[in-house]
Design a protein around this ligand. Structure first.
Ligand code: C5P
Length: 222
């Protein structure tokens, strides 16, 4: 069987990682959450008190930072220089700063280099903002997931409540919209649908329905 690459892009909190994980499991492929890599670097930079506008300092830090994505029962653990930061990188401190770090050209070049290595053998489901356009432009399946800001904030809110985290719906809406704006308007590799990506609007769809659509596209190419 052909071990293909599946690229899943889309705006913040569109459910990319949820469906990507399930699809990867079904196909027995590697799942790579590229957002976690930018979050890992942002966490490290905040810890070290590095000015997030300082591209060269950030690049020096990235070169000294090993970011490992390890499969685990509930998806993926993220290790930054050996330290498990899986929950820290989901907190609001990192979430509200990560798009500043991800704007820098030199940071993106190094991240894309690492991501291309991870995808080199195929058999990969990778999610992010620029996977279909820059990281794996030759991916056999390219998906662009969409959902309204309202719907995405509602989902994140429900998730936070379920996990027992403090959550405010209006703040979430503002934060998601702000991150979308930064990600779509940046100069280098902005969030953009690849010409050959299939758009799936998840607004009124269940997770199973979205997974099913992606699996159908994948099975046609395997
Ligand atoms: O996917 P997630 O929301 O965890 O991504 C966090 C941030 O990392 C995004 O808002 C974006 O700024 C950045 N990112 C990126 N390119 C990717 C993945 C994430 O710029 N491929």
């Amino acid at each position: 069987m052909n071990r293909i690459s599946i690229a899943i892009d889309g705006p913040a909190a569109a459910g990319k990682s949820t469906v990507a994980k399930i699809v990867a499991n079904k196909l027995n492929y590697i799942y790579v959450d590229t957002g976690a890599m930018y979050r890992g670097l942002t966490f490290q930079a905040l810890q070290k008190g590095i000015d997030l506008q300082e591209e060269v300092q950030l690049l020096e830090l990235l070169k000294k930072t090993e970011i490992l994505l390890k499969p685990s029962e509930n998806g993926q653990r993220v290790l930054v220089n050996g330290r498990d930061v899986s929950s820290e990188i989901r907190g609001s401190e990192v979430t509200n700063h990560v798009s500043i770090v991800a704007r820098h050209r030199m940071i993106r070049e190094e991240m894309v280099r690492r991501q291309k290595n991870l995808a080199a053998e195929g058999g990969v489901v990778m999610d992010g903002r620029d996977i279909g356009t820059h990281v794996i432009p030759t991916a056999e399946v390219k998906i662009f997931l969409l959902a309204s800001v309202e719907e995405r904030a509602q989902r994140r809110h429900a998730e936070n409540i379920e996990k027992g985290y403090p959550s405010d719906l209006e703040t979430l809406k503002e934060e998601i919209a702000a991150r979308d704006k930064l990600d779509s308007e940046r100069e280098v590799a902005p969030l953009k649908k690849a010409d050959d990506a299939v758009v799936i609007d998840t607004t009124s769809k269940s997770i199973d329905e979205v997974v099913e659509s992606i699996m159908t596209l994948a099975m046609e190419r395997i």
